[in-house]
Design a binder for this molecule. Structure first.
Ligand SMILES: Cc1cc2nc3c(=O)[nH]c(=O)nc-3n(C[C@H](O)[C@H](O)[C@H](O)COP(=O)(O)OP(=O)(O)OC[C@H]3O[C@@H](n4cnc5c(N)ncnc54)[C@H](O)[C@@H]3O)c2cc1C
Length: 449
């Protein structure tokens, strides 16, 4: 293999630290021992590795920013491709497009787009993930209720398939491959670069944080906001209240340029929140999209960023969320979320979500529930219990029509994946057989036996 110079396998301290990084992820729950790490500096590096690994049956996984939660990007007994050097970002304002290397971070994308007064229509809340990693899971953000997934705005992809072919695909060019890659969990190809559509960015936003004491009024308001277009971004959280209760917060944003901000009465006058505690702030759009940078700095400073993260993300039919969410939050298994973690509740509308491999509940109105918790360090028993609680909750969610959003920490069997993909499972199998016949790509999800 001519690219062997790029393949590392534990020789000096720099290599050791690369190997250590590639053996774990943000979840800090699953560990593995790869044979080596290859830093991809060109498409050829990726092709050569995959062409070598495939016939030998050696696992290959791309690593972007390492934000996986349960080993999904690891390659036990195989090779991890570090994509971080493929980070070039080129914005073409005239065409309103931007092409990014798969290893670029979303904050690199935002910087280049905003310099031209543009923005992707949907951005993840946290900008520290990689372009390739997010597109492989779909990508939700504050504007998803109106504009769908980050992946729904991809115009073209360049990939290396599991047979080592370097191919370009788009909605009208190898559409089967294009559909198999977006939200396709890295099963058919590794993404090298993506071209994204852009739209004009507002200069400012007016942000409302509106609190509810009861889940019922919160969900009624979220339903209304998901259906109409008064806000460009809508998200929400459950936050610990007094005496074991939870409060529910809508975070909604109106964009504006130059002139006066939105009329508050028009924006929130008909909503049912607690008026005494509403928070209203004007921010630049750049400040808004970087809103989680400060949280990340704090979590890194306290060490929480490096602790185990047994997260779970579910997509629920909106009509089930009203009883499911408060019941779950009241349970002792979720008690730790009151002290260490975040509960995210995002309204979504089914008709805006296009990538076929992003599985979702039937029905038009959906609710994304993310239990983003941090476990204590050096307490493997607690982590095991929380992962088991995730599994139990996933099974309960399925009984009310819920679907897993596969960025969490829970064991999944091939049978679970078959059920997860449901009617599109035959498409997944067909694409896998065609594009990764050796079944070496991205085994960390455990889709196959
Ligand atoms: C702090 C934090 C905040 C998050 N916020 C959001 C959010 O706002 N919205 C949202 O939708 N998700 C969010 N996520 C989930 C996250 O975006 C996904 O887990 C994503 O897959 C991470 O990609 P990565 O490159 O950062 O991580 P990695 O661990 O490097 O990769 C994750 C998965 O993608 C695969 N992959 C990576 N690069 C490629 C590639 N080039 N081609 C093919 N497959 C590839 C990996 O093999 C692995 O399976 C968040 C996660 C964390 C930890």
């Amino acid at each position: 293999m001519t690219g062997a110079s790029g393949m590392r396998s534990g020789v000096n301290s720099g290599v050791r630290s690369e190997m250590k990084e590639a053996s774990t992820d943000f979840g800090h729950i699953v560990g593995s021992s790869p044979l080596g790490v290859v830093t991809a500096r060109s498409a050829t590096d990726v092709q050569e590795l995959v062409r070598f690994a495939g016939p030998h049956g050696l696992p290959v996984s791309a690593r972007g920013a390492g934000q996986a939660l349960y080993g999904q990007g690891q390659a036990h007994g195989g090779y991890v491709v570090d994509m971080s050097a493929l980070d070039e970002v080129r914005c073409v304002p005239k065409e309103r497009t931007l092409t990014a290397g798969a290893g670029a971070l979303w904050r690199d994308v935002v910087r280049a787009a905003l310099a031209a007064g543009l923005t992707p229509p949907v951005l993840p809340d946290h900008l520290g993930g990689s372009v390739g990693g997010l597109l492989s899971t779909g990508g939700f953000g504050g504007s998803s209720h109106r504009y769908g997934l980050v992946a729904d705005w991809v115009r073209e992809l360049e990939v290396v398939t599991g047979t080592g072919e370097r191919l370009v695909c788009a909605p009208d060019r190898r559409p089967e491959l294009f559909r198999a890659v977006l939200a396709g969990l890295g099963q058919c190809a590794l993404i090298l670069r993506a071209t994204l559509a852009l739209v004009p960015a507002p200069t400012h936003v007016r942000r409302y944080r509106l609190y509810h004491d009861a889940p019922g009024t919160y969900l009624t308001d979220q339903r209304r906001l998901a259906r109409d277009s008064r806000f460009s971004h809508v998200a929400g959280q459950a936050r610990p209240g007094l005496c074991g209760s939870w409060r529910y917060m809508v975070e909604a944003v109106v964009p504006y340029d130059g002139g006066p901000p939105a009329d508050d009465e028009l924006s929130i006058g008909d909503l049912d929140h607690d008026r005494d505690t509403e928070e209203i702030a004007d921010l630049s759009y750049a400040e808004y999209v970087h809103r989680l940078d400060r949280d990340e700095r704090l979590l890194r400073a306290t060490g929480e960023w490096e602790r185990p993260h047994p997260w779970l993300t579910l997509l629920l039919p909106e009509e089930a969320a009203g009883s499911f969410v408060p019941t779950v939050l009241a349970e002792s298994a979720q008690h730790g979320l009151r002290f260490c973690g975040t509960v995210q509740l995002r309204p979504l509308t089914g008709r805006t979500l296009h990538a076929p491999l992003l599985r979702r509940p039937a029905g038009e109105l959906l609710c994304l529930l993310a239990l983003m918790r941090t476990a204590p360090p050096a307490a493997p028993g607690v982590v095991r219990r929380l992962v088991a609680a995730n599994r139990a909750l996933y099974e309960r969610a399925r009984t009310v029509g819920g679907v897993l959003h596969p960025v969490g920490a829970l064991p999944m069997s091939p049978g679970d994946w078959r059920a997860h993909f449901g009617p599109v499972w035959p498409d997944v199998v067909r694409a896998k057989d065609r594009y990764d016949p050796h079944h070496v790509l991205t085994r960390g999800y455990g889709l196959w036996t």
